[in-house]
Design a protein around this ligand. Structure first.
Ligand code: HPA
Length: 266
């Protein structure tokens, strides 16, 4: 990646601080499909602007992704919340996918919470509406946000300390490996069988590139998937984006409460 990507993030962070009343943030959150109601459950916005007012951000093209950035005070923590993200399948390349993360890093954020909607590949222990902590990932997107010889360690991609803090809050939470594919078609049943054999517990189309960008910038990452459906071929039911969003709405209160407690404990 050329330096321009980092310079654009720096100018977006400067614009963010000018445009918002706050100029420092303890944590940044990215709310995935269906997670916007959970963000609303965190409390009223102290401030909120469309992301398109910041350099380098485009309007998210996916229903369920709002395209704003909001500041919420949770306890004595100030959270910068991206409502919506850019996905690889929107066809704009990798840079816009990680621009929000690089902007948060340039604004001084060192803790990043990534949320997403995921298909569950383990119906033995997963139900629709369950949050699952991401313990590790499989980057099957065929892309990487870092270009050039920057060899970023990914051993603890998803902070063990942050995971144990969240498990102290809710000991019933499961952990799983998240596999990211480029999408936007959902997987075939054969692909889901392959992913299960590869060790994937969750499957989706986001998060992993953002995690890599966050680790490159030295931030700690907490990843949480909401199981919005059981993955293709495991139930006999077809998959539907509206079902994914509805599962998010139904789980909003639980997710909002969990995030609120996690932010207070960070
Ligand atoms: N597959 C890929 N992405 C997803 C899914 C799925 O089953 N559910 C929500 N996002």
């Amino acid at each position: 990646m050329s330096n321009d990507a980092y310079e654009l993030a720096r100018s977006a962070a400067d614009a963010l601080k000018r445009r918002l009343t706050a100029d420092s943030f303890d944590v940044a959150l990215v709310m995935g499909s269906g997670w916007v109601p959970a963000a609303n459950a965190l409390g009223a916005a102290a401030d909120e602007i469309p992301v398109t007012e910041l350099p380098g951000f485009a309007e998210p093209g996916v229903p369920g992704h709002a395209g704003t950035v909001r500041v919420v005070e949770v306890g004595n923590r100030r959270a910068l919340i991206f409502l919506g993200r850019t996905h690889l399948y929107e066809g704009r390349g990798v840079r816009p996918v990680v621009h929000g993360i690089r902007t948060a890093l340039a604004a001084g954020v060192r803790t990043i919470v990534l949320t997403n909607a995921a298909g569950g590949t383990r119906p033995e222990w997963q139900k629709v509406g369950d949050p699952v902590l991401i313990s590790d990932h499989l980057n099957l997107t065929g892309h990487n946000p870092i270009s050039g010889p920057t060899f970023v360690d990914m051993t603890e991609a998803y902070s063990p300390a942050l995971r144990s803090l969240v498990k102290d809050i809710d000991p019933s939470l499961a952990e799983g490996v998240y596999a990211a594919l480029p999408g936007p078609s959902y997987e075939t049943p054969a692909e889901i069988r392959m992913l299960r054999m590869m060790g994937a517990d969750l499957v989706g189309m986001s998060t992993v590139l953002e995690t890599i960008a966050a680790r490159e910038g030295g931030a700690d990452v907490l990843g949480i998937s909401l199981v919005t459906n059981i993955a293709a071929g495991l139930t006999g039911e077809p998959l539907d984006h509206q079902e994914v969003l509805a599962a998010g709405r139904a789980a909003a209160e639980r997710m909002g409460a969990l995030l609120g407690k996690a932010l207070r404990a960070l």
